[in-house]
Ligand binder design. Structure first.
Ligand code: HEM
Length: 483
C-alpha cells in the first residue's frame, strides 16, 4: 500500500499511513484518541505496512515495532542506544521511579538497588502468609456464595497486593494505613491520561487535558504521599524498636539507606506497588481464567504438581518444587495474555538506521509485546492456549522471557517483561509468585466454569479481562500450601 512517506535528513522514516498530519496534533491522536483505538489501529497498520510503522505524536515521530527481528536488533543488540526514556512531564505519574529515570548513573543506582532487594527478598515467608490468607478468603467466599459461584478478582488482587506490600513496607506494616493505599492508587490512575503515559500526547494537549483535573490529582497525590510517609515512619519506628518480623529487610529499608528525599521514596514506593501488583494480579487472573476454560489443562496441572511434590529429588536448591507443566502454563498465559501489550516508551539519543529507514533521535519508540508473542512465524496456532509448547521438545522450550543480547534473533519469541537494559527487573519474582499462587490455587480448589468464560480484553496500560472471571470454586481436601 502507498504510504505517507516522510524523510528526516534525507533518509525515509519507517512507513506509515497517509493520514494528514495536523500542526501540533500530528496524526495519531485524532485517529486514535484512546488506548483501545490505538491498539486496534496498530494491528491494522502492521498488517498493511509491515512490522515497523510511524505515526506522529504532535511533531514527534512515534515508531511502533511489532517484529521480533527489529525488536531484537534494537532492544537487545543495540541495548544502550534504545535504553533511554522520553523526557516526562509526569503530571499524574511518578517522576522519581526507575522507569522514568534517564539512562545513566541515577537509573543505574536505583535499578541495582531494586534488583538486589528483589534477589535477596524473603519471598518464601511473605508468600506463605499471603497464600494462607488468600486460601481462607476464597474458602469463605465460596462457602457464602450460592452454589459456590464467586468472582475472585478482588480477592486475588488483594492477595497479590498484600504480598508486594510486605516486600515494600515490611511485614506487619500498619494494616489500617495499608488498606487506604489501593483506593488512592486507583484514584490517581483514574485521573491519568493513558496516551500521555505512553508519551504519545503533544505537550500542549497534555497540559490542556491535565488542567481541569489538576486539583483532584494534586489532592489524590497529597493523600498518597501522606499514606506512604505514614508507612515509612511506622517502618522506621519498628526498626528502632527492633520489632520481630519487621527486621527482615524491606524495600523501604533500602531506600532509607540510600538517604533519598521523601519525594523520591514516595515515588519509588508508588512505582514498586504499581509496577508489581497490578501486572502480577492481572496475569494471575488470566491464568486462572485459562484453567477454568481448559479443564483438561487444570486436571493435568494438578496431577503433575501432585507427582512432583512427592520426593526430595523434585526440589530446586531453594526448596521450590519443580513442575515443568506449571512453568509451561504460566509462560503460555504470559505469551497469550501479556499484561502489558506495549512497553513503556523508549527513545534513542541518536539517529539509528534500520532496514533502510531512520529512527530519528528523540522519537518515541514502542514495541508490540502482544504481537510478538502471537506471531504466526514463531508459534503454531498462536491464538490457542497450548502449554505443552513450553515442555521439552516443544517450540517454546527454553525460550527466554526477556531474550537478551547474547541470544539470537530467532530467540525473541515473546517478551512479556520487555527486553534489553530496561527489561523488567521484577520478572523473576513475578514468575515465582505466579507459579506459587497458581500451584496453591489449583491444589486447594477445583475451578469450574459458570457459563461461557469471556476471554475478551480491556486494553490499557495493563490489559485486563473485559469481564472479571466468574467461577464455581469447590474446596479440595486439605494439602499444606507450598511456596
Ligand atoms: C507479571 C508481572 C510483570 C509484568 C508483566 C511486567 C512487565 C514489565 C514491562 C513490559 C516493563 C517495561 C520494559 C520496557 O519498557 O522495556 C516493565 C518495567 C518495569 N517493571 Fe515490571 N512487570 C511485572 C512485574 C514487576 C515487578 C514484580 C516489579 C517490581 C517489584 C516490576 C518493576 C518494574 C520496573 C521498576 C520497571 C522499569 C524498569 C526500567 O525502566 O529500568 N515489575 N515491567
Amino acid at each position: 500500500r502507498q504510504h505517507g512517506k516522510c524523510y528526516i535528513g534525507g533518509s525515509p522514516l519507517p512507513p506509515g499511513p497517509p493520514w494528514p498530519r495536523l500542526p501540533l496534533l500530528g496524526n495519531l491522536l485524532y485517529r486514535c484518541p484512546t488506548t483501545a483505538s490505538l491498539f486496534d489501529a496498530l494491528r491494522r497498520l502492521h498488517a498493511d505496512y509491515g512490522p515497523v510503522v510511524t505515526l506522529w505524536a504532535g511533531s514527534k515521530p512515534a515508531i511502533f515495532i511489532a517484529g521480533r527481528e527489529a525488536a531484537h536488533r534494537t532492544l537487545a543488540r543495540n541495548g544502550a542506544t534504545f535504553a533511554h526514556r522520553p523526557p516526562s512531564w509526569s503530571f499524574g505519574l511518578n517522576g522519581h521511579g526507575v522507569n522514568s529515570a534517564q539512562y545513566g548513573g541515577r537509573w543505574s543506582l536505583l535499578r541495582r538497588n531494586l534488583s538486589s532487594h528483589l534477589a535477596g527478598a524473603p519471598l518464601a515467608v511473605a508468600l506463605q502468609s499471603s497464600l494462607s490468607r488468600l486460601v481462607s478468603s476464597l474458602e469463605r467466599a465460596a462457602a457464602a456464595a450460592e452454589n459456590h459461584v464467586v468472582v475472585p478478582s478482588e480477592i486475588l488482587r488483594h492477595a497479590v497486593f498484600s504480598f508486594f506490600a510486605s516486600l515494600c513496607f515490611g511485614e506487619g506494616a500498619a494494616e489500617d494505613v495499608l488498606r487506604q493505599l489501593p483506593g488512592v492508587h486507583a484514584e490517581i490512575l483514574s485521573l491519568v491520561v493513558e496516551l500521555g503515559a505512553f508519551h504519545l500526547m503533544p505537550a500542549l494537549l497534555e497540559i490542556a487535558c491535565y488542567l481541569p483535573r489538576c486539583r483532584k490529582l494534586s489532592n489524590a497525590q497529597k493523600r498518597h504521599r501522606a499514606t506512604v510517609m505514614a508507612l515509612i515512619s511506622a517502618r522506621q519506628q519498628r526498626n528502632r524498636d527492633g520489632v520481630g518480623p519487621g527486621r527482615r529487610r524491606c524495600y523501604v529499608d533500602t531506600l532509607l539507606e540510600l538517604r533519598l528525599r521523601d519525594e523520591e521514596m514516595v515515588g519509588l514506593c508508588w512505582e514498586f506497588m504499581k509496577a508489581a501488583a497490578k501486572t502480577t494480579s492481572t496475569a494471575l487472573e488470566w491464568i486462572m481464567a485459562r484453567l477454568v476454560l481448559h479443564q483438561d489443562v487444570q486436571r493435568k496441572l494438578r496431577e503433575d504438581i501432585a507427582r512432583r511434590g512427592e520426593g526430595d529429588e523434585n526440589c530446586t536448591t531453594n526448596g521450590e518444587r519443580r513442575s515443568p507443566f506449571l512453568e509451561a502454563v504460566v509462560l503460555e498465559a504470559l505469551r497469550r495474555h501479556p499484561p502489558a501489550h506495549y512497553l513503556l516508551a523508549h527513545t534513542t539519543h541518536k539517529d539509528v538506521y534500520l532496514d533502510g529507514y531512520v529512527i530519528p533521535k528523540g522519537s518515541v519508540v514502542n514495541y508490540g509485546v502482544a504481537d510478538i508473542g502471537r506471531d504466526a512465524t514463531s508459534w503454531t496456532n498462536p491464538d490457542e492456549f497450548l502449554p505443552e509448547r513450553f515442555m521439552e521438545g516443544g517450540e517454546g522450550y527454553g525460550v527466554s522471557v526477556t531474550a537478551g543480547s547474547g541470544s539470537g534473533e530467532g530467540s525473541m519469541k515473546m517478551m512479556p517483561f520487555g527486553s534489553g537494559r530496561r527489561a523488567c527487573p521484577g520478572a523473576a519474582v513475578a514468575l515465582t509468585v505466579l507459579k506459587s499462587f497458581v500451584e496453591n490455587l489449583v491444589t486447594r480448589f477445583e475451578w469450574t466454569p459458570v457459563g461461557a468464560v469471556d476471554m475478551e480484553e480491556k486494553p490499557g496500560l495493563v490489559t485486563e479481562m473485559r469481564t472479571p472471571l466468574r467461577t464455581c470454586l469447590v474446596v479440595r481436601p486439605h494439602v499444606q500450601p507450598t511456596m
